[in-house]
Design a protein around this ligand. Structure first.
Ligand SMILES: *[C@@H]1O[C@H](CO)[C@@H](O)[C@H](O)[C@H]1NC(C)=O
Ligand SMILES: *[C@@H]1O[C@H](CO)[C@@H](O)[C@H](O)[C@H]1NC(C)=O
Ligand SMILES: *[C@@H]1O[C@H](CO)[C@@H](O)[C@H](O)[C@H]1NC(C)=O
Ligand SMILES: *[C@@H]1O[C@H](CO)[C@@H](O)[C@H](O)[C@H]1NC(C)=O
Ligand SMILES: *[C@@H]1O[C@H](CO)[C@@H](O)[C@H](O)[C@H]1NC(C)=O
Length: 794
C-alpha cells in the first residue's frame, strides 16, 4: 500500500511542471544531493528527508538534477524560540546529520544529502541608466532608402535607430543591413529576456513572442505580463532584439527571431527561482539576455554560488541540446561609482559573455564598468543619445533606453543572427567568434594593448565592438572548438604581508609567481588558452585599496582587481574568482606573476593567504588518455622586489586615465591637519620609525617584509619633505594605528582622526598644492637621498 503511494507520488512529481509555484506563506529550503539523478531512489530519499524535517516535499528545482525543494508553513517557523537565528528545519537537519555519523549507515537517505539551504527573497538590480531625455533624431534623411526598399522596412522609427544605421556618424553602428539582405534575420532562434515584464500584446512584439518559453517568477504565473508602473524594461530589451518588421516603431536586430519573457526583476525572488529561471526551457530558449546583477555601487562583491553556480554549469553543459546556453550579461553601470565588473560574479564568470557599452560617438560612456572579464562592447546610451526601441503599451516607442542594460540585448540580437546561420555552434564557439571579429574603437585610449596574438585588448572595450557582418561571415566558416580542458595551479604559501604601495615611486607589490611548464600544458592537453581565473584569498582592513594585476610570461597584464575607493569593507577577498579574457590564445608557458598593490590609504593593511590560477582552454583534439588537471606547482612568493624592477614599473598616467596604470590616478597621501602639527621634528620621526618596526613585529605568519625596506622608505619620505605637513602625516598614521592605546602625552585629536578607515579622504581637496610639492621634492632629491640612505645602511 505504502509502496503504491510512493510510486504514485513519484509519478506525479515527474509529470508536474518543472517550476514550483512559490507560495508567499511558506518558507522554502533546498536539499542538495551531489550524486543526485532524477531517479526514484533520490526522489524517495528527498521525500524521506522532507518528512523527517516536518516539511512538505515540493519536487526537483527547475532543470537541476541535484537539488530538491521542501517547504514549511511560515507560522510553524516561529514558536517559542522565535528570537535570534533559530530555524527549526535547519536545526533538525543538523541533528539528523550528526546522528548519521554515529549510526554510520550506508543505506540511510541522509548519506545522500550534503547540504540544506534556506531560501531568502532578494532583489536583483536592473542595469538601466536613465539618461536625460535626449533630443529625437531629426536628420531622418533617406540614407536608409536602400535597406527600406530592398527589405521592405516600413517601420516609422527605423531612421531613429542609429545603432542599426547611423546617419550622423557613419559606421558607428552594428553594421547589420547587409546581413539582413542575405536573408539572415534570426529565423528559428529564441532569445529569452530575463528581466521585468514583457508586453507581449504590443503590436511591435506580439508576432515574435514565444509564450511557451516564458514565465513569471515574481508572481508565479505563466506569462510575464507587465504590472508595475516601471515594468517596461524587459519590453524595451525585447524590442531591440526582435521588434517585428511592420509599421510600428522600429525593427529588432533579429526581427524574425522569437523572444521569451522571463520575469524576475519585478520584485523579490529566491535562489530557487533564479536557478530555475537561468535554465528555463533551455532546450527552446537559445540565448539568455541578462541586464541585471548585484548592485553596481562600487562596494558590493557578490557571486552566484551554490545552486546558482550549478544552474550556469547545467546551462552550458545541457542547454540547447548540449551545445550550451548562450548567457549574455551587461557589465554593469557602476562606472561612475568606481565599480569594476570583476567584482560581480555574473559578469566575471567564464560561462557568460560580458558585454559593455559604447556610445554613438564610439566612446566609453562613463557609467559603463570596465574589467578584464569584458569580452566585447556594443552600442548603447551616452554622449547625448540613447537607444530607440519598442516600449510598453499597444504601439509605444521610446528613445531613452540605455545603460549597459541596452548593450546586452543588442549583443543577444547579434548572437541570434549568428546562431540562425550556425545553430550547431557551442557557447565557447560564440566567445571565440567575438574575440576574432570584434573591432577596436577609440584607439587613442591608452589602455589598448597589442597582444601576442596580434589582437588588441582594452579593459574598457574588451576586444572591441561587435560587427554583425563580420561575426556572421566568420560564423559561416567557423570550425567548432574541441571540448574544454583546464589546468589548476594552487599556490599554498605562508601568510604574507602586502607591502604598502601608496607612494607612486618605488612600488614594491607583493609578487607571487607560478611556473607553467610545457609538460603541464601537454599533460592537461591544453592546446588553446581561453579564460584564466585567479581564485584569491586576501585579508585586508579596507578591501577597496587592493589592486591586483596578473602578468603573463609575455608581459601582458590583466587588471583583475581595480582600486574601488568606495569599498571600505573589512571582509577582504575570500575565495573570489577573478577572471580575465585578455590572454585568449596566448602561449601560457613560462612564469605567471600575480602583483598585489595596496593603494590609497597607507594606514589600512592586509595579508595574502593563497591563490589558485586556473587556465581554461581547448583540449587538443589529438590528445589521448586522461588529462592531468592538477600537477605539482612550482611557485615563488615575495614582497621584496629587487630595486632594478622599480625602473620597469609603468609610469603613472594622466589623471583622466585610471585604467591601465597599476597605481590609482594619483596616490592619495595622508593630508595632515593643523591640529596635529608636532612641535618638533625629533619627537615625530622616532615615533614613526618605531611604528614601522612595530608593524613588522606584530604581524604574524612569517612576514617576509624586509625591515630595511621600510626604513629606507620612511627615511626617503622624511628626507625630501621635511615639512611640518608630512611630519603631521606621520603623527596622523601613528594615531590612527594606535588609537587603542594612544599615548597620553600626545594631543587628543580624535575629531580630526576618526576611527573610520577612509577618514583622510575628506582632506583631499587640498591635494593639488601638496602634490606639486611632492613632485618637486622627489625630482630634486628623492632618489639621491634614498641611495645615501642605502650607503648609510651598509
Ligand atoms: C560592414 O559590412 C560590410 C558588408 O556590407 C563590410 O564590407 C564591412 O567591412 C563591414 N564594416 C566593418 C567596419 O567591418
Ligand atoms: C586558501 O585559503 C582559504 C582560506 O583560508 C581556504 O579556504 C582555501 O582552501 C585555501 N586554498 C588553497 C588552495 O590553499
Ligand atoms: C613557511 O614558513 C615556514 C617557517 O617559517 C618555512 O619552513 C616554510 O618553508 C615556509 N613555506 C613557504 C611555502 O614559504
Ligand atoms: C621563472 O621563475 C624561476 C624562479 O622563480 C626562474 O628560475 C626562471 O628563470 C624563470 N623563468 C623565466 C622564463 O623567466
Ligand atoms: C578626545 O576628545 C573627544 C572630544 O573631542 C572626546 O570625546 C574623547 O573622549 C577624547 N579622548 C581622550 C582619549 O581624551
Amino acid at each position: 500500500m505504502q509502496l503504491l503511494f510512493l510510486v504514485a507520488v513519484a509519478y506525479l512529481t515527474f509529470i508536474q511542471a518543472a517550476i514550483i509555484k512559490r507560495d508567499p506563506s511558506r518558507q522554502y529550503y533546498t536539499l542538495h544531493f551531489p550524486q543526485g539523478h532524477l531517479d526514484d531512489t533520490t526522489h524517495q530519499a528527498a521525500k524521506h528527508i522532507a518528512q523527517s524535517l516536518n516539511t512538505r516535499y515540493e519536487g526537483p528545482v527547475g532543470e537541476l538534477k541535484t537539488y530538491f525543494l521542501v517547504s514549511q508553513q511560515q507560522q510553524q517557523q516561529y514558536t517559542k524560540r522565535a528570537s535570534g537565528n533559530y530555524d527549526p528545519v535547519l536545526t533538525l537537519f543538523d541533528q539528523h546529520k550528526k546522528q548519521l555519523s554515529k549510526r554510520d549507515s550506508i543505506t540511510s537517505p541522509w548519506v545522500k544529502v550534503n547540504r540544506i539551504d534556506k531560501q531568502v527573497l532578494k532583489q536583483r538590480s536592473k542595469r538601466a541608466v536613465l539618461p536625460p531625455r535626449a533630443p529625437i533624431l531629426t536628420s531622418g534623411k533617406l540614407v536608409l532608402e536602400d535597406a527600406q526598399a530592398t527589405l521592405g522596412i516600413k517601420d516609422p522609427g527605423f531612421d531613429k535607430q542609429w545603432h542599426l544605421v547611423n546617419l550622423e556618424h557613419t559606421g558607428n553602428d552594428i553594421n547589420v543591413t547587409s546581413t539582413w539582405k542575405q536573408g539572415v534575420t534570426g529565423k528559428g532562434i529564441i532569445v529569452a529576456i530575463l528581466d521585468d515584464g514583457l508586453d507581449y500584446k504590443s503590436r511591435d512584439l506580439k508576432d515574435n513572442f514565444y509564450a511557451e518559453g516564458s514565465y513569471d517568477f515574481n508572481d508565479h504565473v505563466d506569462l510575464p505580463t507587465p504590472i508595475l508602473w516601471n515594468d517596461y524594461h524587459g519590453t524595451r530589451c525585447a524590442g531591440q532584439i526582435a521588434a517585428v518588421k511592420n509599421d510600428a516603431c522600429g525593427v529588432g536586430i533579429a526581427y524574425d527571431a522569437k523572444v521569451s519573457g522571463i520575469r524576475i526583476l519585478s520584485g523579490e525572488i529566491t535562489d530557487v527561482d533564479e536557478a530555475a529561471a537561468l535554465n528555463y526551457k533551455y532546450q527552446e530558449n537559445d540565448i539568455f539576455s541578462c541586464s541585471w546583477g548585484p548592485p553596481d555601487d562600487g562596494k558590493t562583491m557578490e557571486a552566484p554560488n551554490g545552486i546558482l553556480a550549478d544552474a550556469f554549469i547545467n546551462g552550458i553543459e545541457n542547454g540547447r541540446g548540449g551545445k550550451g546556453t548562450v548567457y549574455v550579461f551587461a557589465t554593469g553601470n557602476g562606472g561612475d561609482a568606481g565599480d569594476n565588473c570583476n567584482f560581480d560574479g555574473y559578469t566575471n564568470s567564464i560561462y557568460t559573455i560580458t558585454v559593455g557599452a559604447l556610445d554613438h560617438t564610439n566612446h566609453h560612456p562613463s557609467y559603463a564598468e570596465r574589467c578584464s572579464a569584458q569580452l566585447v562592447v556594443t552600442y548603447s546610451s551616452g554622449g547625448g543619445k540613447s537607444i530607440y526601441t519598442t516600449n510598453h503599451g499597444h504601439e509605444e516607442c521610446t528613445d531613452i533606453h540605455g545603460g549597459t542594460s541596452a548593450a546586452a540585448p543588442n549583443a543577444a540580437g547579434i548572437f541570434a543572427l549568428v546562431l540562425s546561420v550556425r545553430p550547431d555552434l557551442t557557447w565557447r564557439d560564440m566567445q571565440h567568434l567575438c574575440v576574432q571579429t570584434a573591432l577596436p574603437v577609440d584607439l587613442e585610449d591608452d589602455d589598448w594593448k597589442k597582444l601576442p596574438s596580434g589582437r588588441m585588448y582594452n579593459h574598457k572595450y574588451g576586444y572591441g565592438k561587435l560587427d554583425t557582418w563580420a561575426i556572421v561571415e566568420a560564423a559561416k566558416v567557423f570550425k567548432s572548438v574541441n571540448k574544454q580542458t583546464y589546468l589548476e595551479l594552487p599556490v599554498k604559501m605562508n601568510v604574507t604581508d602586502i607591502p604598502d604601495t601608496t607612494s607612486d615611486k618605488h612600488k614594491k607589490p607583493l609578487q607571487s609567481t607560478i611556473q607553467v611548464s610545457e609538460e603541464m600544458i601537454n599533460a592537461a592537453g591544453l592546446s588553446r588558452l581561453e579564460h584564466i581565473t585567479a581564485t584569491i584569498n586576501i585579508e585586508h582592513q579596507r578591501r577597496g585599496d587592493v589592486q591586483i594585476i596578473l602578468r603573463s610570461p609575455n608581459n601582458v597584464e590583466s587588471e583583475l582587481a581595480a582600486v574601488r575607493s568606495g569599498d571600505a569593507s573589512a571582509d577582504g577577498i575570500r575565495n573570489w574568482k577573478f577572471m580575465t579574457v585578455k590572454h585568449w590564445e596566448e602561449d601560457p608557458i613560462g612564469n605567471w606573476t600575480l602583483l598585489i598593490y595596496d593603494e590609497v590609504n597607507a594606514e589600512s593593511t592586509g595579508r595574502m593567504l593563497n591563490w589558485t590560477m586556473t587556465l581554461f582552454g581547448e583540449l587538443d583534439p589529438t590528445f589521448e588518455g586522461e588529462p592531468d588537471h592538477q600537477p605539482n606547482v612550482n611557485h615563488d612568493t615575495t614582497n621584496d622586489v629587487p630595486t632594478s624592477i622599480i625602473k620597469t614599473t609603468p609610469k603613472p598616467t594622466s589623471s583622466s586615465q585610471v585604467d591601465n596604470t597599476h597605481a590609482p590616478v594619483r596616490p592619495t597621501r595622508v593630508k595632515p591637519t593643523t591640529t596635529i602639527t608636532p612641535t618638533s621634528s625629533e619627537s615625530t620621526i622616532p615615533t614613526h620609525l618605531d611604528e614601522a618596526e612595530d608593524t613588522d613585529s606584530v604581524s604574524p605568519g612569517g612576514s617576509t617584509l624586509d625591515n630595511d625596506d621600510t626604513l629606507d622608505y620612511s627615511v626617503f619620505i622624511y628626507a625630501f619633505v621635511g615639512t611640518a605637513a608630512i611630519l603631521g602625516l606621520a603623527t596622523g598614521m601613528y594615531f590612527h594605528k594606535r588609537k587603542h592605546w594612544r599615548s597620553p602625552s600626545l594631543p587628543n585629536q580624535s575629531s580630526a582622526i576618526s576611527s573610520q578607515s577612509y577618514e583622510f579622504q575628506e582632506f583631499k581637496h587640498d591635494e593639488d598644492d601638496e602634490d606639486d610639492d611632492f613632485e618637486e621634492g622627489e625630482a630634486s632629491d628623492g632618489r639621491p637621498l634614498l641611495s645615501q640612505q642605502e650607503q648609510l645602511d651598509r
